[in-house]
Design a protein around this ligand. Structure first.
Ligand SMILES: [Fe+2]
Length: 180
């Protein structure tokens, strides 16, 4: 079973390396190489975003997505590393195009994969699998305390990222599953 205290300490140590993002990637790869061990520590049974560690220089989140759940385009304003320990995440990437966005490729992540995202990445994410997606997201800063953007509407328009709306979306997804 993944020891969360060790995992956090390994991520903190990675920040001291010359290339923190690559060092965090190695820490994540070691963890998700044993997906059952991560799932034992962080059960992927309900959609939600659970902070595991929050500091000015490092945020670690458990992110669980129900089958079919998707999120529109958003940015982070800091590097990110995502490790998948259940299900999958299909990433769609975008670049700014005036006030809107232009699609710019994608990447399908499945259990055991680790993906690195640069500071300026804008992505949308879907769980295309029939299982809950379990992921550890590591960010090189205070993600929850950093103002950032999401893009909504048709065509996409930039808005301040609304954390409360995201959390409400997860709660609706859980309620729908509980009712089903
Ligand atoms: Fe994201």
């Amino acid at each position: 079973m993944l020891d969360l205290d060790d995992f956090i300490a390994d991520c903190q140590a990675a920040l001291e390396e010359q290339q923190p993002l690559l060092a965090v990637k190695e820490v994540l790869e070691r963890a998700v190489a044993d997906p059952d061990g991560v799932a034992a520590a962080l059960p992927p049974t309900h959609s939600g975003i659970v902070p595991i560690h929050v500091a000015p220089d490092l945020t670690i989140l458990k992110v669980v997505w129900a089958p079919g759940l998707s999120f529109g385009p958003h940015d982070h304003r800091m590097w990110a590393a995502i490790g998948i320990y259940g299900g999958g995440e299909d990433n769609e990437f975008f670049r700014r195009d005036g006030c809107s966005l232009t699609a710019s490729g994608g990447r399908e992540l499945r259990t055991g994969d680790v993906c690195l995202l640069g500071d300026d990445v804008i992505h949308a994410v879907t769980n295309p699998t029939a299982q809950f997606t379990g992921a550890i997201h590591v960010y090189g800063g205070d993600l929850l305390g950093t103002p950032r953007s999401e893009w909504r509407g048709e065509p996409f328009a930039e808005e301040p990222y609304d954390v409360a709306r995201t959390l409400a979306y997860f709660e609706e997804a859980n309620a729908a599953l509980d009712t089903a």
